[in-house]
Unconditional design. Structure first.
Length: 575
């Protein structure tokens, strides 16, 4: 039987099904007597100690198996678990509402997770899974349940689960777990990100796992987002050979990760990494990144009860600049908004937050916050090639206003005798269709564009990409989207500027040749995607990519374009 899902991690894997079903947490329904409040809160302290010990064990395993970047995830989990606002919130519910500590934990964790889950940025939204994972572990420890984990599995298996938490994936043994299938999630889920890090083929979002049975043979076609259960002997032999070839390909890609990204006819392409914290920059370099194309600064605002100071931000930006050794670092100014409930900023609730008070709109309305960030960015520019990028631009007026504040900050620093790069480059995200349409005008006021395809596609097609009912309508290779991308690139080139891309499409191998053919100068993506995209670029000529792009632009549907691009890759042995 063939089951269609969403590609989470490319490749082919074969193995026997292991259904990972966790015992459900049942929240107790009782109130705490006044004289038992202290004892109830003590349960939380005991559970916290056990949780921190477990997380440290997971962190140490991740450090050995996956490296410092992935281990840092669990350092962050330990920090979140010990956040006073989390423990204080739980204790306050027990004391004031006489709620039992498990129920209080569940409610508090749900509030914390909702801050992230409601976000538009898929990377940030999936961080809600981190919060829930911590809460899940805390509650299991309070209730005396077995902690989550997959370290006990043996053989060669395909893990099938409703979803996998960060700590689940960190405990995976790559020699045992050959493939992953989840009912929920997508390419930006933690399970998918960790699967890509571990180079385990994965298919997410299959919807229902009731039809899977333990010990039945299965094939995971990660690239196509498809799962085959109970394959025929002929299929089993075929895909077993393909799985072996995939492992050989991975080794080849790793060996060539640090080669130059240059086409067969000598055209150089900038391949950059997307990061969320300074710690991620090292991994991007390891995977062959030549710069950072998107540094999301939102974590600095979301992880604290107070707005980050200029010095805190400066130190963080400086770290990235120094790690990248003079290579470009494009830092996006705070992309927060009405869809995000931040502890450090009181934002209004909105009927339609994705079209509301967010990103550059907040920055321009709150110069007291925005100028702090701009000053920190300018100061850090003295230590590397930092570029500043404004998000969600829709008009020339917004660019002018932002640049006026930037000029004010420059004048202040000059007066204070503080060094910075006086020629710092300033660019904008092209993610609002209006910006794409007037890109020829906007190019006069900036040094570069970076196309955020996630939002550009969502806004252009009027499709909420997280709405499963219409998920099939979210098509980044839709003719309208490709035409906007081409228009933006041409507008920048006409005025001697460059255009990059930092949306998910930049790391999609099916789109690589089309994007290069459209003239894209810089591709920025999740670090683990860089070796494959670099391999494709080194295997083609710019001329044949231009021919492919022109043919794609002449097609009527996203389905036609996708099928055509896949067929070309297959002909070249790159699929």
């Amino acid at each position: 039987m063939r089951i269609q899902g969403i590609s989470g991690s490319r490749g082919v894997a074969v193995g026997n099904v292991y259904k990972y079903i966790q015992e459900e947490i049942v929240i107790p329904d009782y109130e705490v007597a006044e004289d038992q409040v202290e004892a109830e809160i003590a349960k939380f302290a005991t559970a916290m100690a056990a949780t921190l010990k477990q997380l440290d064990t997971i962190r140490q395993k991740a450090l050995v198996d996956m490296g410092a970047d992935e281990a840092a995830i669990f350092e962050a989990h330990m920090q979140i678990a010990q956040d006073p606002s989390l423990s204080d919130g739980i204790k306050a519910l027990v004391e004031s509402s006489k709620m039992n500590v498990v129920a209080a934990t569940a409610q508090t964790i749900e509030t914390f997770a909702a801050i992230f889950i409601g976000m538009d940025d898929p990377y940030m939204r999936e961080r809600g899974a981190d919060i829930k994972d911590i809460g899940d572990r805390l509650m299991r420890n309070m209730l005396g349940m077995n902690p989550r984990g997959l370290s006990h599995i043996s053989g060669e298996v395909i893990i099938v689960a409703q979803d996998l938490a960060p700590s689940d994936t960190a405990s995976l043994d790559k020699s045992v777990v050959k493939g992953i299938v989840t009912a929920a999630g997508g390419p930006t889920s933690h399970a998918a990100i960790m699967a890509r890090t571990l180079e385990i083929p994965a298919v997410m979002g299959v919807g229902d796992i009731e039809g899977f049975a333990d010990d039945v043979r299965a094939v995971v076609l990660g690239t196509d987002g498809e799962v085959i259960t109970e394959p025929s002997d002929e299929e089993w032999d075929r895909y077993t050979k393909e799985a072996a070839l995939f492992q050989e390909e991975l080794k080849r890609l790793k060996d060539s990760a640090n080669l130059e990204a240059v086409t067969k006819d000598g055209h150089h392409v900038d391949l950059f990494g997307n990061i969320g914290k300074s710690k991620d920059a090292d991994h991007a370099l390891t995977m062959g990144a030549q710069g950072i194309g998107l540094y999301r600064t939102e974590f600095l605002y979301m992880e604290n009860d107070e707005l980050p100071t200029e010095d805190v931000q400066f130190e963080e930006y400086k770290k990235v600049a120094e790690v990248m050794h003079g290579n470009p670092v494009i830092i996006r100014t705070m992309d927060i908004g009405g869809d995000k409930e931040l502890k450090c900023l009181d934002l209004p609730e909105e009927m339609n937050p994705f079209l509301g008070y967010r990103a550059i709109r907040i920055s321009l309305n709150r110069p007291d916050i925005f100028k702090v960030q701009l000053r920190a960015l300018l100061r850090a520019s003295a230590f590397g090639d930092i570029h500043i990028m404004y998000p969600m631009i829709a008009s020339v007026e917004e660019v002018k206003a932002a640049n006026e504040m930037l000029d004010e900050c420059k004048e202040e620093l000059i007066a204070e005798g503080v060094a910075f790069n006086t020629d710092i480059k300033v660019g904008i995200m092209i993610e609002v269709p209006a910006a794409a349409v007037i890109s020829q005008i906007l190019a006069k006021y900036v040094d570069f564009f970076s196309i955020g395809t996630n939002d550009l596609c969502q806004y252009t097609l009027a499709v909420d990409r997280m709405n499963e009912a219409i998920g099939n309508l979210y098509q980044p290779l839709h003719p309208a989207v490709l035409r906007l991308i081409k228009h933006v690139i041409d507008a920048s080139h006409d005025q001697g500027k460059f255009t990059g891309m930092c949306g998910e499409l930049a790391g999609d191998p099916v789109a690589t040749m089309i994007l290069l053919g459209l003239g894209l100068d810089e591709f920025s993506m999740t670090a683990s995607s860089i070796p494959l995209i670099k391999s494709i670029l080194r295997s083609v000529t710019k001329a044949e990519c231009e021919e492919l792009a022109q043919k794609a632009l002449s097609m009527d549907t996203a389905e036609e374009i996708t099928a055509y691009a896949k067929s070309v890759l297959a002909e070249k042995g790159l699929a």
